[in-house]
Write a protein that binds this ligand. Structure first.
Ligand code: PRX
Length: 647
């Protein structure tokens, strides 16, 4: 069956920044004359000292390295704030909507944001924070999160944001890995009417982090929290003592900007490191072109700043471009499933950028919740984080956007810094479920399992040939792991970990992860992480975790657990293990199914055959493949016979 095609609407073809002819021209230039293309595009940054070299990058082991605009200098906070003051100082930079619609919103101008950032930057300096030092942020979705990020960028400190849904253990691991001496948090977070004990979590985490000297505590709910003398300081009273001016530090383009931990297929989460100049160019360029951003527009990316989407499209991209960016503290269905669209109406949002998992959840609640709102300000919709199924795409397009708004389905990763494959709304005909075509400078290739390039239409492993400015530069503290993870599987290419199909029109269709990473509600979870949380429980002998299809989350977590011999597994233990994993990692790692299994399918050499477990998780029992190499093939029959019904 031919895929449905939604052509570029006439007014988009006419008015958008980039139409089809321009896309082709710019793409060709970006690939065949990258020097020229990037010299021009990089002018979107105010450089302190202009760069002379564009890119010095190689994915080959002999001369491996990635560097962009390497001898240029800049300050990203000045690019997001200071340079807008003259023309747009009184324009709103951040429109903040609280969790509870009955509490007042906040509208923070560029001038006010600049002052808040300077004061906080001065506070960091007063606490001894120096250029290159790591500052861990564990904050709710409040404007102060952006303030803290920009303050770090201003003084050249490296921020490491830990999503406020992560457990004390997960937080501690991230603080230790990058050696933070300072943590910024809030008394409590507020989401969907529930409080999250952020400061108490920090206190718990810091038992394992003796190196932390300062904790800055924002009073979000005012609940009050025990303050450790000499270590904990109150945000508001401390910044009040600081000056409202702080000169931006001159940073090299390749100086680190932030670390963001993300899950991989093996071991602990890794600290993805992004640097300053290339990231700035990439975040701002993709924000402008993919969202057809024009000055004065209100832009809403509904992601949390704890994820990369929040870094690039709540904070850095929009603020670089002088936009009004919406920051939403709450959740899509609180107090009711109209919430997103009410906020759209309230602020006159023109572009809304969200995740398929939220759309699927809202779609299930029925159209009436959408239709009670106007949404007439909306002109463009975006999707990110996981494949969007055509059904959710159709609902987003027809019901939310009333058939009027193009949808940009954007494929990218924490590692890529910004959008890599996506339609441009004035150029690209849309096909529901396809991220369509590459961004400027991005050269995708499909490889078969032997590493041979697939030409034309086909299905394979998605790799990228050649660097782009927003690419991560290393894994914090482990450069060897960086090379090993991304560049050793297919020589000379960056391996994304995703499978992908390319159709006859050259459109890309991401089919999902092909490594041991699962995508739960648009968030990456390493199966190894969940397994190690499970085996840390005293009654668990062994665990294997796989993904399973999940109607709302996209993928759910299916865990096979073997208990110690003397343990009789029961419903109580199942519940306990679910709580255990939530406590060890955080609610996003909640197992959807736990199947107790006296034995796991293993080869004679003792290796777990995950392929078979994946099939059982997917309930695809018809083609389990060859089981003859198993030490005990009957294990599989018993697993199938005892497969629990997912809740
Ligand atoms: O599998 C792809 C999926 O999310 C992974 C990246 O996850 P993360 O680093 O957490 O970043 C999420 C936000 C950019 C990818 O390897 N993914 C992301 N966007 C899409 C997607 N899969 C299909 N379509 C997308 N638009």
């Amino acid at each position: 069956m031919a895929d449905a095609v939604y052509p570029v609407p006439a007014e988009w073809d006419r008015d958008a920044l980039i139409d089809e002819a321009r896309y082709r021209e710019m793409y060709a230039e970006s690939v065949f004359d990258p020097e020229r293309f990037w010299r021009r595009e990089a002018q979107r940054v105010d450089w302190i000292r202009p760069f002379t070299t564009v890119s010095q990058s190689s994915f080959h082991e002999e001369d491996f390295g990635i560097a962009w605009f390497a001898d240029g200098t800049l300050n990203l906070s000045a690019n997001c704030l200071d340079r807008h003051l003259e023309a747009r100082g009184d324009a709103v930079a951040i429109l903040w909507e609280p969790d509870d619609p009955r509490t007042p919103d906040r509208r923070i101008t560029y001038r006010a944001l600049h002052e808040a950032v300077c004061r906080f930057a001065n506070l960091l300096k007063a606490r001894g924070v120096r250029k290159g030092e790591r500052v861990t942020l564990y904050l709710p979705m409040v404007p102060e999160a952006a303030v803290a990020m920009l303050a770090c960028a201003r003084i050249g400190a490296i921020h490491s944001i830990v999503f406020a849904g992560f457990s004390p253990d997960a937080l501690a691991g991230r603080i230790q890995d990058c050696d933070s001496r300072i943590v910024v948090t809030a008394d409590e977070g507020l989401r969907g009417g529930k409080t999250i004990p952020l400061k108490a979590n920090v206190d718990e985490a810091l038992k394992a982090c003796p190196g932390v000297e300062t904790v800055i505590v924002l009073a979000r709910t005012g609940a009050g929290t025990p303050m450790v003398e000499g270590r904990d300081i109150d945000w508001a009273t401390s910044v009040a003592e600081q000056g409202a001016d702080c000169a931006p530090e001159e940073m090299n383009a390749e100086d680190p900007l932030f670390i963001l931990y993300t899950s991989g297929s093996t071991g602990k989460p890794k600290g993805v490191l992004h640097t300053t100049g290339g990231y700035a160019v990439w975040a701002s360029m993709t924000h402008e072109y993919v969202f057809d951003y024009k000055p004065g527009q209100v832009f809403w990316c509904a992601a949390d700043v704890g994820w990369v989407t929040g870094h690039s499209y709540v904070v850095y991209g929009p603020l670089m471009n002088g936009a009004t960016t919406v920051m939403f503290e709450g959740v899509p269905n609180y107090p009711d499933p109209s919430r997103f669209w009410q906020v759209v109406d309230k602020f006159g949002v023109e572009t809304f950028y969200g995740a398929p998992t939220a759309l699927r959840a809202l779609m299930r609640e029925g159209d009436a919740w959408v239709k009670t709102t106007s949404r007439k300000s909306l002109r463009l919709l975006g999707s990110v984080g996981e494949p969007i199924n055509p059904e959710a795409w159709g609902w987003y397009h027809a019901v939310v956007g009333e058939g009027r708004c193009p949808i940009v389905d954007t494929w990218w990763q924490t590692e890529t810094g910004g959008i890599m494959i996506a339609p441009l709304p004035g150029a690209t005909d849309l096909k529901p479920g396809s991220a369509t075509r590459p961004m400027f400078g991005v050269v995708p290739r499909l490889l078969d399992n032997d590493g041979a390039v697939i030409e034309g239409a086909g299905d394979g492993c998605l790799v990228l040939a050649g660097s782009w400015p927003g690419q991560m530069r290393t894994v914090w503290g482990d450069h060897a792991r960086f090379f090993q993870t991304y560049f050793s599987t297919f020589k000379g290419y960056y391996f994304t970990g995703d499978g992908c199909r390319r159709d006859e029109d050259g459109y890309y269709w991401i089919t999902g992860r092909i490594d041991d990473v699962i995508n739960v509600s648009g968030h990456r979870m390493g199966t190894a992480e969940v397994e190690s949380a499970l085996v840390a429980h005293p009654m668990v002998a062994e665990a294997a975790v796989v993904g399973m299809p999940h109607e709302i989350k996209g993928q759910g977590i299916y865990a096979f657990v073997t208990t110690n011999a003397e343990v009789e597994p029961d419903e109580a233990l199942r519940k306990e293990l679910v709580q255990w994993v939530r406590h060890e990692i955080g609610p996003i790692a909640t197992p959807d199914v736990i199947q107790f299994a006296p034995g796991l399918p293993k080869t004679r050499s003792g290796k777990i055959m995950r392929r078979i477990l994946r099939k059982i998780g997917e309930n695809d029992l018809s083609n389990l493949g060859d089981t003859s190499t198993l030490a005990d093939p009957s294990v599989v029959d018993s697993l199938i016979a005892n497969r629990p019904q997912p809740a």
